[in-house]
Write a protein that binds this ligand. Structure first.
Ligand SMILES: [Zn+2]
Ligand SMILES: [Zn+2]
Length: 139
């Protein structure tokens, strides 16, 4: 059986970096990981390939909740919710039921047809809570 050969070596390195980092990495984190595979890869190549992978549906982007926060990438492209730490900006999956949008009519959605849900909650992660918790409670 012939393996599907799509995209360049760089693109495959970018995707495998995003998949192996798993926890919603930023472009910068993917860049450092992809460099382990393709030492000569540049940040602009990584960035360009991330855009292609998003266009092709292999990755989704999660935009931070605060202005100027970095874009995070996720290889789990199905509808799911995220939570972002408002202190350090890390993004994790949030295991709550996703809003069911199947029954939403264009008349309820300002004329839009709905094809996905992207909800990002905000909070404070365990690491940041530890830093601010003077009691040093084990969490
Ligand atoms: Zn944090
Ligand atoms: Zn996710």
């Amino acid at each position: 059986m012939e393996k599907p050969r799509r995209g360049s070596k760089q693109k495959r390195a970018v995707l495998s970096a995003a998949v192996s980092l798993a926890n919603h990495p930023t472009a910068q984190e993917i860049f450092f990981k992809a460099k382990e595979e393709v030492m000569s890869i540049s940040f602009s190549t990584v960035y360009r390939n991330l855009g292609i992978l998003v266009d092709e549906g292999d990755l989704i982007t999660i935009t931070g909740t605060s202005a100027g926060s970095e874009v995070h990438y996720d290889h789990i492209t199905g509808n799911h919710c995220h939570i972002q730490c408002s202190t350090c900006g890390k993004v994790r999956d949030l295991d709550v039921p996703v809003v069911n949008f199947n029954g939403i009519l264009p008349s309820d959605a300002s004329g839009f047809t709905v094809d996905g849900v992207c909800v990002t909650f905000t909070g404070t992660c365990r690491d940041c809570r530890k830093k601010t918790d003077s009691k040093g409670e084990q969490l």
